[in-house]
Design a protein around this ligand. Structure first.
Ligand code: NAG
Ligand code: NAG
Ligand code: NAG
Ligand code: NAG
Length: 379
């Protein structure tokens, strides 16, 4: 907190009665920051923003509930709270030295107006301070045309948000979510270099990579090895410092209903998306925990595709239709995570941390631990 707005501390009057003036003054001293006064944490200093900037980021998206209690907090450096605000989570994250950041989403049509941007940022800042949060993750996945007023407005929004947060909340972090490639995926023509310059780092969403399929309309991996790494090469080649990139990996997969399944090729329905004839919208997103429970009852068992360096399996539903499920597991993630180290990226993260089985059953426990463990950089 900036601590500029001094509010009077509110110690219990009964306890104060009879104390000398000097003692009263001393008592008031630790309460000089407004931050501590309404702090919901047992230890009031836990409401202070995290100032430490780690070398390696482990950036975690959380969508709510109490699953966070089972996360591997020895690794987490930032948690983006996309679920309902939970002050217990904030206190806990801070006790582990991890940042908790807000979700920022806004219509790109609205942000063309500079005064709208200013009030949006002011609102987010008030919310972040009120909730003792450490920054904001801007998640705008909307279509933007290259020569449109939205193009420059988006870069301006990121710059202005970063300036305001850095000024008002000490040590705070402002990040922006980008698609797996800078090549205007899903018609998102953004100023990627400008945006990366303007914030602390971008989170590269290396998933949903079949959102626009231009070739055969068949099921494929959510985040194929080559396609994923080509995306990073492209970001780096356009001049973005690798330290501005955090690799986002999926902890979920896609379940496709096959119109036809032959020789392991699953033909899928043509569901167009932003100009492409075919897309992963033909499939259904499934969390890793659901996938792991289904593999054994599948008709293929767990398979590995060499070209895409990704696991998949086929199963038959109760109506007799064939499905193909593509996902990521410790093996496919480990391969991609090597790139983080080799190319000096800022870190790694996932959508989303809630997707694992935290029930504690011995088998689930091991699967869950392996998924967390593979985030640790190894060569
Ligand atoms: C982008 O431009 C096209 C063609 O001019 C238009 O149809 C579309 O609505 C525009 N999209 C946005 C998000 O402004
Ligand atoms: C991107 O944004 C930066 C910073 O605002 C600006 O200098 C640059 O010209 C922009 N690039 C393009 C291609 O518009
Ligand atoms: C699936 O099969 C493997 C290998 O046979 C076994 O180790 C595992 O316990 C099974 N998992 C479930 C959820 O049944
Ligand atoms: C992946 O990329 C490498 C290097 O560009 C290439 O040698 C390899 O053939 C590619 N694999 C596939 C399946 O496209």
């Amino acid at each position: 907190m900036s601590g500029t707005q001094l509010r009077s501390p509110r110690p219990c009057a009964r306890q104060l009665r009879g104390l000398h003036g000097l003692a009263l003054l001393l008592l008031a001293l630790p309460l000089v920051t407004n931050a501590d006064a309404d702090c919901p944490c047992e230890e009031p200093t836990l409401c202070r923003p995290i100032r430490h900037h780690p070398d390696h980021e482990v950036f975690v998206f959380d969508v709510g509930y109490k699953t966070w209690k089972y996360y591997d907090w020895s690794q987490i450096t930032t948690l983006a709270a996309f679920g309902k605000y939970d002050s217990e989570l904030m206190c806990y994250a801070h006790s582990k030295g991890a940042r908790v950041v807000l979700k920022g989403d806004v219509s790109v049509k609205d942000i063309i107006d500079p005064s709208f941007r200013a009030s949006w940022i002011a609102q987010k800042l008030i919310l972040a301070k009120k909730q003792y949060m450490d920054g904001i993750n801007i998640d705008i996945e909307q279509e933007v045309n290259c020569s449109s007023p939205e193009y420059d407005a988006l870069t301006a929004l990121v710059k202005e948000t970063t300036d305001a947060f850095h000024r008002e909340i000490e040590g705070s972090q402002v990040t922006f979510d980008v698609a797996w490639s800078p090549k205007n995926i899903d018609k998102r023509c953004y100023n990627y270099t400008g945006i990366a310059d303007a914030c602390d780092f971008v989170f590269v969403m290396s998933y949903d990579e079949q959102s626009q399929v231009w070739s055969d309309c068949i099921a494929a991996a959510n985040a194929p090895y080559n396609q994923t790494l080509t995306g990073y090469d492209d970001y780096i080649n356009m001049g973005i410092n690798p330290r501005k990139l955090v690799m986002g990996v999926p902890w979920y997969g896609y379940d496709y209903t096959c119109l036809k399944l032959s020789a392991d090729i699953c033909t899928i329905a043509k569901v167009p998306f932003r100009g492409a004839p075919c897309s992963d919208a033909a499939g259904r997103q499934v969390p890793y925990k659901v996938i792991m429970k289904q593999i054994n009852s599948s008709i293929s068992g767990g398979q590995w595709n060499e070209d895409q360096q990704a696991p998949y399996y086929n199963y038959k539903d109760s109506a007799g239709r064939f499905h193909q499920v593509w996902y990521d597991n410790p093996q496919s993630i480990a391969l991609k995570a090597v790139y983080v180290i080799q190319h000096g990226l800022r870190g790694i993260g996932m959508w989303n941390a809630n997707s694992l089985d935290y029930s504690g059953h011995p088998e689930a426990k091991q699967q869950t631990e392996e998924m967390w463990k593979v985030l640790k950089p190894k060569l």
